[in-house]
Ligand binder design. Structure first.
Ligand code: ADP
Ligand code: MG
Length: 703
């Protein structure tokens, strides 16, 4: 039996929460902190010193010797550089631990080794980290000992964002401003702030670490690059929500404890569809904190897996032939006086407001489907999206039967007087229906699904930061809100104007609604007829970042400058090329040094046995036929490896950037598939004793 866990005591015990600040800070300082968190602005240097000291004292009490500014560069993961609280010893050699307000607020890590897409020339290597007061500091307990982590934004010397947090915070401000205009139009004078809320469901695979470490592809690429399907896959549906095995259960137990200590509300856990696949989900919170917490979830999953002799694979498609992993990004918008703008409300006012918000979201997603698609693109997700197992690469909105019908009626007649099902939601207006808030059916195949009081963006990759998807969502919806508010604030007759606008937006953008099966091939054709973009790969999706439409959007709301957008595109192209290059080299290594020698050994044993059997007067046809098949395939492997080698060499001659990324996508990735095919065929027939690394059966079913 495991020890008794007191969650109430444990929760946020390693977080410097607002509650702790209230207890240990002078009243005035606490008030200042609270004001900056709620309303923005900067902490005075005096207050920063007081907070820093209190934070340090708390951290030291908890055993911390070091602190770090914790930030999220464009690598997609987090970065930290530890500094001890030590200072010059005094005359008598005594050490006084210190931590100043300056050190809390600002750091100057050398930025030259982080991707910047040309924004930061190496001669100007300085980068700045700036404390994000809206995300609480916490203590990470790892082998290096407890370390105080201070969430920070990361910018260049000239102020350009070099991270995922800065644009997210900017997008939250934009959404706040525009959403406030909308709620004011409906008479809400109380709300002072509107915040996007996010809950990210995290999928992952767990495999035995010892076996995983026998495969170079898992070590270097985080996924298998070879591997024939096991005799059993996920066809029996016996893993999804199945009983959690003991070894996995012990892991989940420890993960929860670690997450709770860090203030992450780990809530739901279950087995997922594929063998060895699982999910964990916390309760939703402010987008900014949710993004930080999702990084902690990913880190914790990996770290605790190591302690259990397991390896956590966050890759979007670690194994061919079974489901890959994603991250459902649940998103809604809430006012500080408790109104969720995505919740059909109690009063007619709230319900019309809901329909306007819905119309704006339809407009935003339709107008910027390419950007939303881009925000979920990463190298691994190319293996997953559009594979008829995950949301398609085509962005569409699922509303559910009832809501879709309401939209249809509004579009067709300007009224929607009846409802498909019973239940009422008062609109108080004859041209709008009374409808029931109802999550209706679940549509698992939609990339962007309305689920009762939130949208669930399901395209996001499992290993990716949720920073970009939420930045994009906030930005595109802020734009639609802004355009609606511009019209409605000027209207003489608000009621008429709002009804007209809802009808107009819904009519113009109804093509984005799709309630059918997103995995079906017919949808690809139908979407093409509707003119919806179908962007199958990351390199193609990257182009969406720098279109005039995208630049206008992000510049208008101060989220990205044009230079920042170009730099991000540059980083993405480079990341893509480098990642595929690593995968290609790994495949070559495995093919040349492991598969080919192993299969040669097998061929040799077949040849010997054929000869011996023949000499002894037996029927050697099995050995000799196998030898023919196997050696034939082996020739194919060798040829494909040579072609891949040539492709990689050619790629290296192309200048870094878009052209090279496309070459990796069009040529190198293709050559990789051509190598994989005959190798996987070989795996199916080669004597298991000869196969040089653990198979899918070993990895997926023996955890
Ligand atoms: P399901 O996906 O089955 O609907 P849940 O309703 O439990 O599952 O929600 C999944 C995730 O969505 C959780 O992280 C949950 O906290 C989050 N969530 C629920 N309501 C909201 C909301 N209003 N805004 C954002 N996220 C939400
Ligand atoms: Mg869900």
């Amino acid at each position: 039996m495991s020890e008794v866990v007191n969650v109430e005591e444990l929760f946020a015990s390693k977080v410097f929460t607002l509650g702790k600040m209230r207890e240990c800070l002078p009243k005035g300082t606490y008030k200042e902190v609270k004001r900056v968190i709620d309303q923005g602005g900067e902490l005075s240097p005096a207050a920063a010193d007081v907070v820093a000291k209190a934070m340090k004292d708390w951290a030291v009490e908890n055993g911390a010797t070091h602190y770090t500014h914790w930030f999220q560069p464009l690598t997609g993961i987090t970065a930290e550089k530890h500094d001890a609280f030590v200072t010059h010893p005094d005359e008598e050699g005594r050490m006084i631990m210190e931590f100043s307000g300056k050190e809390l607020i600002k750091g100057e890590p050398d930025a030259s080794s982080f991707p910047s897409g040309g924004l930061r020339a190496t001669f100007e290597a300085r980068g700045y980290t700036a404390w994000d007061i809206t995300s609480p500091a916490f203590i990470k307990e790892t082998a290096t000992g407890p370390t105080l982590c201070i969430p920070t934004a990361f910018c260049s010397y000239t102020g350009e964002a070099l991270d995922k947090k800065t644009p997210l915070l900017r997008s939250m401000e934009a959404l706040n401003k525009q959403a406030l205009r909308i709620v004011r139009l409906f008479g809400n004078t109380e709300a002072t702030k509107v915040t996007p809320s996010v809950g990210a469901e995290q999928e992952y695979f767990l495999v035995d670490a010892a076996k995983a470490l026998k495969r170079e592809d898992i070590i270097f690429a985080g996924r298998t690059l070879f591997g024939a399907p096991a005799p059993k896959g996920q066809e029996m549906d016996d893993h999804y929500f199945g009983v959690i095995r003991e070894r996995i259960g012990a892991f989940m137990h420890d993960v929860n404890i670690e997450l709770w200590k860090l203030g992450v509300t780990s809530k739901t856990q279950h087995n997922e569809a594929a063998p060895a696949q699982h999910e964990v989900a916390p309760i939703y919170e402010s987008a900014n904190v949710a993004v930080d917490h999702n990084q902690l979830v990913m880190e914790t999953l990996k770290r605790i897996a190591g302690k259990h002799g397991l390896r956590c694979m966050l890759h979007e498609k670690p194994f061919a032939g079974v489901n890959g992993s994603g991250k459902h990004n649940n998103w809604s918008i809430t006012t500080d006086n408790g109104v969720n703008l995505l919740e059909p409300g109690q009063t007619p006012n709230e319900n019309i407001q809901f329909l306007l918000v819905l119309a704006c979201i339809m407009k935003a997603v339709d107008t910027h489907a390419d950007l939303l698609r881009q925000s979920a693109a990463n190298v691994g997700n190319d293996q997953r999206l559009g594979g008829y197992e995950a949301p398609p690469a085509i962005i569409s909105i699922f509303l559910g039967e009832q809501l879709e019908d309401v939209v249809k009626q509004l579009v067709e007649t300007g009224e929607a007087a009846h409802l498909i099902e019973g239940g009422k939601l008062e609109t108080g207006v004859s041209t709008l229906p009374d409808f029931e808030k109802d999550a209706t059916d679940r549509n698992r195949t939609s990339p962007f699904a309305f689920t009762g009081n939130k949208f669930e963006f399901r395209s996001v990759g499992s290993s990716d930061s949720i920073g970009s998807p939420n930045t994009t969502l906030n930005a595109i919806v802020a734009e639609a809100f802004c355009q609606a508010a511009d019209i409605l604030e000027k209207a003489d007759n608000f009621e008429m104007a709002v009804h007209d606008l809802i009808k107009e937006y819904m009519t113009k953008h109804q093509r984005i609604i799709f309630n059918g099966n997103g995995y079906a091939r017919e949808w690809v054709e139908e979407a093409a007829r509707r003119g919806l973009p179908n962007i199958p790969s990351m390199v193609e999706a990257t182009e969406a970042l720098t279109t005039p439409k995208s630049i206008a959007l992000f510049e208008k709301f101060g989220i990205f400058t044009e230079a920042e957008l170009h730099s991000r595109a540059e980083v993405l192209y480079e990341t893509y090329a480098k990642s595929v290059n690593i995968e290609a080299l790994t495949m070559l290594d495995m093919a040349n040094k492991q598969i080919i020698p192993a299969v040669l050994g097998y061929c040799n044993s077949l040849a010997e046995s054929a000869l011996k059997i023949q000499q002894a007067g037996g029927d050697a046809s099995v050995s000799s036929e196998l030898l023919r098949t196997v050696s034939g395939r082996l020739t194919e492997v060798k040829k494909a490896a040579e072609a891949l080698q040539a492709a990689v060499e050619k790629a290296a001659t192309i200048q870094q950037g878009k052209e090279q990324a496309f070459f990796y996508h069009d040529v190198v990735a293709e050559a990789m598939s051509s190598l994989r095919k005959p190798a996987d065929e070989l795996e199916k027939v080669v004597d298991k004793k000869f196969w040089p690394f653990p198979t899918y059966a070993d990895l997926l079913f023996e955890v």
